[in-house]
Write a protein that binds this ligand. Structure first.
Ligand code: NDP
Length: 449
């Protein structure tokens, strides 16, 4: 059935549009959740009475600040910083920081809103939040990155705390940036509080598997969807967009599970390697040398690079969008389905447009939305918080087992809720409903706060 907003919920959505003009990505994320909630209000009239949907759509707190810094030529630069503390019914605000020139309030709010339900699905005690800046790390020197991160943290630090708000990485924020921010926090506060950031280095409070977690987790989620249809990754041809943190570890796990990834991309274009992407080479280029993906050709002559090409034109059985929002539209989805794709797992947040989602749902393929499929990253961040709180560090094997178990549980929750609410196999409804009910119950219990 084509998704639509129930008539009881429609006025709430209109109010969100009126109160948040121009924030198109936020509208899209809210709409997608609200489309699932009509039947929930029928079963749970108390959520209507307590105005839970209206309250959940309004962030608890939004912080916007100036970030001044100096570039290597001595010029003063000004960026804008954001932290949206969306919902703390289940725990301290938790969600990454994104540094990308496209960042504005609408992007941070869409990400923060999705984060509420994603974090609820993990079953761990974490609320939802998100932040970032319109700073572009591309082409900047390490010194410039450090000066920017220090200035950003000089404002943000006062809002953080192990029991208050615990950011992590996202696009443009990896181990290097987390390091500079943690250093500045420690200097300003004179406190070694490991629990205020996750994604830390392994020598100073980080968790094994955190780097791999989002990609590994998304792949485990797809594995569960395939299993539910009596299938597996074995021998499957796969495409993975992006070539950042999420994409790289998605490729690694797919290869470990017997699939073959033939293409990946960056914002310049995509690489097609029919022998399978050489992961070691990709990591050298992207993680260590921070180069463009087209340089892959210098080392693998048989591969092809298509500048500004559309990776979704490549025939595959499993597609894992792992770059950014709205990177896969209705036409792309139709092309994928026509070419034989029968499973899509979103490593990125909201990478498929509403038209694309409609195509996947109508085709009846296994479609795992980001808020369920990529929850392994934040789940492992919560495991990092547990290790910090107990001043312990777990082995890689144990942490990965925990991650795999969490992804299996999330899959089961989505699967069962989709069935219970009359849309079997629809993981979008399953994820939205399961996540929402958990947060809504906590909000009702805590009264009007
Ligand atoms: P990275 O910065 O490590 O990598 C991002 C990748 O996506 C790069 O290859 C980048 O190419 C590409 N990309 C980014 N923006 C665009 C754009 N506008 N158009 C085309 N390509 C683009 O980020 P992550 O791998 O951490 O994040 C990828 C996605 O996964 C995001 O949607 C993020 O929100 C989501 N996610 C990340 C989690 C994490 O733990 N890191 C957790 C859950 C979700 P280029 O270098 O050319 O810009």
């Amino acid at each position: 059935m084509t998704p639509h907003i129930d008539e009881k919920v429609e006025p709430i959505f209109q109010e969100v549009l009126n109160r948040n003009p121009g924030e198109t990505e936020f509208h899209q994320a809210v709409r997608e959740v609200l489309e699932s909630l009509g039947p929930v209000l029928v079963k749970h009239p108390e959520f209507g009475h307590h105005k839970i949907i209206e309250r959940i759509c309004e962030p608890e707190r939004q912080i916007i600040f100036r970030v001044p810094w100096q570039d290597d030529e001595g010029n003063v630069q000004i960026n804008r910083g954001f932290r949206v503390e969306f919902n703390s019914a289940l725990g301290p605000y938790k969600g990454g920081l994104r540094f990308h020139p496209s960042v504005y309030l609408g992007i941070v709010k869409f990400l923060g809103f999705e984060q509420i339900f994603k974090n609820a699905l993990t079953g761990l005690p974490i609320g939802g939040g998100k932040g970032g800046s319109d700073f572009d790390p591309k082409g900047k020197s390490d010194d410039e990155i450090m000066r920017f991160c220090q200035s950003f943290m000089t404002e943000l630090y006062r809002h953080l705390g192990e029991y208050t708000d615990v950011p992590a990485g996202d696009i443009g924020v990896g181990g290097r940036e987390i390091g500079y921010m943690f250093g500045q926090y420690k200097r300003i506060t004179n406190r070694y509080e490991s629990g205020i950031l996750t994604g830390k280095g392994l020598d100073w409070g980080g968790s094994l598997v955190r780097t791999e977690a989002t990609g590994y987790g998304a792949t485990f989620f797809v594995q569960e969807m395939l299993k539910a249809r009596g299938d597996s990754f074995d021998g499957k041809i796969c495409t993975v967009s992006g070539s950042g943190n999420v994409a790289i570890y998605t490729i690694e796990k797919i290869h470990q599970l017997g699939g073959k990834v033939v293409a990946c991309s960056d914002s310049g274009g995509y690489i097609y390697d029919e022998q399978g992407i050489d992961l070691e080479l990709l990591q050298q280029l992207k993680e260590i040398e921070r180069r463009r993906i087209k340089d892959y050709l210098n080392y693998r002559k048989h591969a092809k690079y298509v500048e500004s090409g559309n990776i979704w034109n490549i025939p595959c059985q499993v597609a894992m969008p792992s770059a950014t929002q709205n990177e896969l539209n209705g036409k792309d989805a139709a092309k994928l389905v026509k070419n034989g794709c029968f499973a899509v797992g979103e490593g990125a947040n909201m990478p498929t447009t509403p038209e694309g989602i409609r195509v996947f749902l109508e085709a009846g393929i296994a479609y795992g939305p980001g808020k369920a499929a990529n929850a392994g990253g934040v789940a492992t961040s919560a495991l990092e918080m547990q290790q910090n709180a107990s001043r312990d560090s777990w082995t890689f094997e144990y942490t990965e087992q925990r991650l795999e178990q969490i992804m299996k549980t999330i899959h089961r929750l989505c699967y069962e809720n989709a069935e219970e609410y009359g849309t079997p196999g629809n993981y979008v409804n399953g994820a939205n409903i399961a996540g929402f009910i958990k947060v809504a119950n906590a909000m009702v219990a805590m009264g009007l706060v």
